[in-house]
Write a protein of this length. Structure first.
Length: 159
């Protein structure tokens, strides 16, 4: 993988490689690149441990750093994955939540490492961009959901 000018760096306790592999198996245009091992001991690891993993999530270059337990993920950062239909929404949601993750609200969930994901059907974003009553109805419907229900959003758009 060529080094990108701008890369997202995600801090993991020790499971960056496992996370990268799950993301690569789940999302199209995703892959695991170089796995870099520590050349020496460091505060929460030893020489030879996986230190850095280069990976891509839906076309976005990332680096996973096994930095230890000092920092934790939170909702201030999330991946937003646009979906085309309920099947795709379900597939991604289930891959994240069903592998040790947890549901949240309004299309948000967390993977088992604490990384936040927004699994967002395009129909919802289209309604919000449209504005007015249609956006309000879709927004109100979304506010009652954990995983987004495409059919309910489409019905809300129609009124």
């Amino acid at each position: 993988m060529a080094t990108a000018k701008n890369t997202i760096c995600l801090w993991y306790d020790k499971d960056a490689e496992a996370a990268a592999r799950l993301y690569a198996e789940t999302f199209p245009d995703s892959s695991v690149g170089a796995i870099i091992r520590a050349p020496g001991n460091y505060p929460e690891g030893k020489q030879g441990d996986v230190l850095v993993v280069e990976f891509t999530v839906a076309g976005v270059p990332c680096i996973g750093l096994n930095g230890g337990s000092t920092f934790k993920h939170n909702e201030a950062f999330s991946f937003q994955i646009a979906t085309d239909d309920q099947e795709e929404t379900d597939r991604y949601w289930n891959a994240i939540v069903g592998n040790g993750g947890q549901e949240s609200e309004c299309g948000w969930c967390k993977d088992k490492w604490g990384v936040s994901w927004q699994i967002t059907p395009r129909v919802l974003m289209e309604a919000l961009v449209k504005g007015g009553d249609e956006a309000k109805r879709a927004f109100d419907a979304m506010m009652t959901m954990k995983k987004i229900d495409v059919a309910v959003i489409e019905a809300a758009r129609r009124g």
